[in-house]
Ligand binder design. Structure first.
Ligand SMILES: [Zn+2]
Length: 348
């Protein structure tokens, strides 16, 4: 009875540990006590069986289901499921918008979608080169011979066989990334253009946004559904990472999204898909631009910019502490060099 209420560590400190480990039932109790108090145990259990992503597709519009990742960077606990991806139903196949970060995620996503409709995946459209959005694509190439369409930057920055260098391989457990491979894109996205596809009777517009969130961003617009799949040029509930992007490019891209006729807008990260989906990104980049330009007018030095420009309006948003100061520094560098920060609006 006494042992039940005494912390095993206390027992160890009074030199009873050798006695305990000699007794199998007591050492089992010790293990159980640790299990209940240490969340890290879950991770160990996960790594043995591979990650259970608990994929729950959410229907966002007629014939479109999305999986919404958590508002965080990739961690062992989330298995890299921290971005959004969508399945689009056509007459005889699924079309994907982004694939998630691992082979296992893709496998589990497909298993969930197969219950909704059992049909192959014909096409995978990728929004941009960040690996949380496409590293699962190999599952669809391997199992369905799906055609993968994406930015040329994937081939520039990711070489098949160099998986160990990717963020996901560095962060996730070996069991979670098992089977995940860097793919070769089958069709390179058309920069600076809108490419219209008609797949299984459904028209979709794959729209180049130029350098915005990354160096080469795309959105997918489904005119007959009034749906825009905006990926990372739109986020809500969390701060963006603008490390590879552009403040001015983001502002143009957000305007391009808002100029489309839609009822549903699915962000790359975040859960809000209604008419307010774009509000946070719009405000964030508006304030960032205004405050940096004011600081430049006031001759604030680069070394002081993070003291002068903050965005307290977003302090409670996820990842603010991790990403905001880098965004501010990058915005300073960009806007200091910009010839015309009030460049004309994006149109296509
Ligand atoms: Zn991204």
């Amino acid at each position: 009875m006494l042992k039940k209420i005494v912390n095993p560590l206390v027992l160890a400190s009074i030199a009873l540990l050798p006695l305990m480990s000699a007794c199998s039932s007591d050492s089992k109790k010790e293990t159980e006590a640790k299990k209940s108090s240490e969340p890290v145990k879950k991770e160990v259990a996960v790594s043995k069986i591979g990650h259970d992503y608990n994929v729950q597709p959410k229907k966002v519009a007629d014939g479109i289901w999305c999986m919404f990742g958590v508002l965080d960077g990739p961690t062992k606990e989330n298995g890299g499921f921290m971005s959004n991806s969508c399945y689009i139903q056509t007459k005889d196949s699924w079309v994907l918008w982004d694939t998630g970060a691992t082979y296992k995620f893709a496998e589990q996503a497909y298993a969930a979608m197969k219950k909704i409709k059992d049909m192959p995946v014909s096409t995978v459209l990728i929004s941009h080169e960040h690996d949380d959005h496409w590293l699962g694509a190999g599952y669809y190439q391997k199992n369905f011979g799906a055609k993968v369409i994406g930015s040329k930057l994937i081939a520039r920055d990711f070489k098949p066989g160099h998986e160990a260098e990717t963020r996901m391989y560095r962060i996730l457990t070996p069991e979670t990334v098992e089977g995940t491979k860097i793919i070769t894109v089958d069709e390179t996205a058309q920069e600076g253009k809108t490419t219209t596809y008609n797949i299984g009777g459904l028209e979709m517009k794959y729209v180049s946004l130029g350098k915005a969130h990354s160096e080469d961003d795309y959105l997918l617009y489904l005119p007959s559904k009034n749906v825009v799949l905006a990926a990372d040029v739109i986020m809500n509930g969390r701060i963006t990472s603008n490390r590879d992007g552009s403040v001015l490019g983001q502002i143009k891209a957000i305007k391009a999204v808002k100029n489309l006729n839609w009822d549903v807008c699915v962000p790359g990260h975040g859960f809000i898909t209604d008419k307010t989906a774009t509000d946070e990104s719009t405000l964030y980049f508006k304030l960032l631009k205004e405050r940096i330009l004011k600081a430049l007018d006031d001759d604030v030095e680069a070394t002081e910019i993070n003291e002068v420009v903050t965005l307290p309006e977003f302090k409670k948003a996820a990842m603010y502490d991790m990403l905001n100061s880098n965004n501010v520094s990058a915005a300073y560098t960009e806007l200091e060099m910009a010839d015309d920060p009030e460049a004309p609006e994006y149109s296509f």
